[in-house]
Design a protein around this ligand. Structure first.
Ligand code: NAD
Ligand code: WQD
Length: 339
């Protein structure tokens, strides 16, 4: 069994990926410092897969601890690196936290890859690197725009760090640029656990329907889109998780065409905020209390992926629908609120 290290494996996307990796026959080792997750997630993963992944609570900012970890675990064949801080607004308030947590951790891991000859590395990037796109759908060749937040900047710099490291070593890396991940595992054993007030649309919707929040604010209906609200490419987290297994297999079987590759992971379909709200109401039968408010500063008007590269080269395609995602997100919210 090939041993794969998943950093941030108890987080939202990481936990769903661990499930898919275990279901595909990989032995998974998780590192997480629990800064944005909980140990209960281990139980959820184990309930779904009937296998407990190996877990180590470790802060990847601690270089010496990272080095010790690799000294003890010398048979790792690949790394999927999710661990990072991800709140855009918080990154503006506390840029050094973001540069330290998102860049130092990557650098320390890559140093260990060099030291122990680990050649396969998958990185969580983001559609945020495209900023406000010049044309839609966005292909991987679209220019990376100057970052509008320290968070976005860390994703751009991380991609550069990976590219440069691949140039001078045996490292092969794939950066996966996620669009907007939503939904939960169909069993409701794992899902998204936002700390505090959710910044993202779907957790805010489900918390409002659950009565945790009084009202959803829809940020703007005067954008140049069909119904005036912003458009995004919402992708089911389980589809996203499966893409990681495929990307890993590509690296392990040396099918990659260049040492550093980038893929968009989205559905290829744009949905407006109001479409998501309506779809939630229709799918779940829940009435949502919402109002239109001012635009949120920094929001781009519309982004959705051109997924042809991932479709053709990886042989991966998003299979689940918006309804599947919203239904699973609602099932998860009801479970954690005991509704
Ligand atoms: P998440 O916060 O749920 O998961 C990240 C996990 O990493 C958490 O469990 C956290 O405890 C852990 N972690 C953070 N810093 C750590 C450190 N120093 N040492 C060890 N563990 C640490 O986030 P997510 O939504 O699952 O995102 C995973 C990755 O995908 C991140 O890199 C994020 O930037 C990226 N991404 C997320 C989205 C999104 O909308 N969720 C979109 C694009 C890209
Ligand atoms: C989606 C749409 C909001 C909340 C962020 C990061 C991006 C990436 C994904 C990591 C927007 C609207 C939201 C609410 C609303 N993350 N909205 N009311 O902004 O597309 O992307 O997450 O890499 O980098 O910026 O996602 O879920 O915050 O917003 O009307 O209460 O929903 O204005 O149009 P976003 P989101």
């Amino acid at each position: 069994m090939k041993k794969i290290l998943v950093t941030g494996g108890l987080g939202y996307i990481g936990s769903h990926t661990v499930v898919e990796l275990q279901n595909s026959g990989y032995q998974v080792l998780i590192i997480d410092n629990l800064s944005n997750s909980s140990l209960d997630v281990l139980e959820g993963i184990t309930n779904i897969t009937k296998t407990a992944p190996t877990f180590e609570r470790l802060d990847l900012r601690l270089k010496a601890d990272v080095a010790d970890y690799f000294k003890k675990n010398q048979d790792i064949e690949g790394i999927i690196h999710f661990a990072a801080s991800k709140a855009v607004g918080e990154s503006v308030q506390n840029p050094l936290l973001y540069y330290e947590n998102n860049l130092n951790t990557l650098i320390y891991l890559l140093q260990e890859c060099n030291a122990y000859g680990i050649e396969n590395f998958i990185f969580s990037s983001s559609c945020t690197v495209y900023g406000e796109p010049d044309s839609l759908p966005i292909t991987e060749n679209a220019p990376v725009k100057p970052a509008t937040s320290p968070y976005g900047n860390t994703k751009q710099i991380s991609e550069e760090i990976l590219k440069d490291t691949c140039c001078i070593s045996a490292l092969k890396s794939i950066a996966l640029r996620y669009f907007n991940p939503i939904g939960a595992h169909e069993t409701a054993e794992i899902g998204e656990l936002p700390a505090g007030v959710p910044q993202n649309l779907v957790p805010f919707i489900t918390q409002t329907a659950a009565g945790v929040r009084e009202q959803l604010s829809v940020f703007g209906d005067d954008y140049p889109t069909e119904d005036g609200s912003c458009v995004r490419d919402y992708i089911h987290v389980v589809d996203l998780a499966k893409a990681h297994v495929i990307a890993l297999q590509r690296l392990l079987s040396k099918k990659n065409e260049t040492q550093f590759e980038v893929f968009n992971l989205g559905t290829g379909r744009g949905s407006s905020v109001l479409e998501v709200v309506n779809s939630f109401e229709t799918t779940t039968g829940e009435k949502l209390n919402y109002k239109i408010v001012d635009r949120r500063p920094g929001d781009v008007i519309a982004v959705y992926a051109d997924t042809q590269k991932a479709n053709k080269v990886l042989g991966w395609k998003a299979e689940k629908t918006m309804e599947d995602a919203l239904e699973s997100a609602w099932k998860w919210e009801k479970k954690i609120r005991n509704i």
